[in-house]
Design a protein around this ligand. Structure first.
Ligand SMILES: [Zn+2]
Ligand SMILES: [Zn+2]
Length: 229
């Protein structure tokens, strides 16, 4: 497929070559566009870069693609976020692949399913969109990330302690600190429980329920789900 036929994701009518020149190259200080206008080289904003390691170019499968030979392919989303945050390159001009998008969707859904406070979820979602996949950064980067997510300094620190070392791409694994929490079971022989008017829970039933409370019945307390995978 000729690159000329690929149009930029930022504007379906705009040829990708124009997007690269006008929206990407023009926004990045000291970037150099190749003579044929098909690629642009600049210092990578994702690491201390003394020589230009980042190449943003017209792609075969995507209108525009980018690669830093120091950061490698796993840093694509992080580089994308930095280009946007630092230089204001519109995210639409740096389209993610279908695979990257699907992975992000999955991770964001895992955040919603995780037992975290709302502010921590906000911060995690922001972090995921910025390409972070490991643990949350330490301060001061943590506080900056919190600010971009719209949470306070204290909430950012709380997010870090809630995650307690878990990585952003493994949030579905319950926090170790939490999951040793004993399952709440009513003490064995307490004073005669006033089971009023023939409630369906007879004594026998109670004992049975207690013994399987860790299994799948989940009648007394809902056991925390441990995804064994
Ligand atoms: Zn564009
Ligand atoms: Zn880099």
């Amino acid at each position: 497929m000729a690159n000329e036929e690929l149009h930029a994701s930022c504007d379906p009518d705009l040829p990708a070559r124009q997007c690269l020149t006008w929206h990407v190259h023009a926004a990045i200080p000291e970037s150099k566009i190749s003579r044929d206008g098909r690629s642009c080289r600049c210092r990578c904003p994702n690491h201390e870069d003394t020589t230009p390691s980042l190449v943003i170019s017209l792609g075969d499968l995507a209108p525009i693609t980018w690669h830093c030979h120091v950061c490698g392919k796993d840093a694509r989303l992080a580089i994308r976020a930095e280009l946007h945050l630092l230089y204001g390159v519109p995210l639409a001009c740096l389209p993610v692949s279908r695979k990257e998008k699907a992975e992000l969707d999955e991770l964001v859904l895992a955040v919603f399913g995780a037992e975290l406070t709302p502010c921590t979820k906000l911060l995690c979602i922001r972090a995921l969109h910025e390409g972070l996949r490991g643990p949350l950064p330490h301060a001061p980067a943590l506080i900056d990330l919190g600010a971009r997510a719209g949470v306070s300094r204290a909430q950012a620190f709380r997010a870090a302690s809630e995650l307690a070392g878990r990585t952003l791409n493994h949030l579905f694994i319950p926090n170790k600190k939490d999951h040793v929490k004993p399952v709440k079971v009513t003490p064995a022989r307490r004073a005669p429980t006033p089971v009023s008017n023939g409630d369906s829970v007879a004594n026998g039933d109670l004992d049975r329920t207690r013994s399987v409370s860790n299994g799948d019945s989940g009648r007394i307390t809902k056991p925390r789900r441990l995804d064994a995978a």
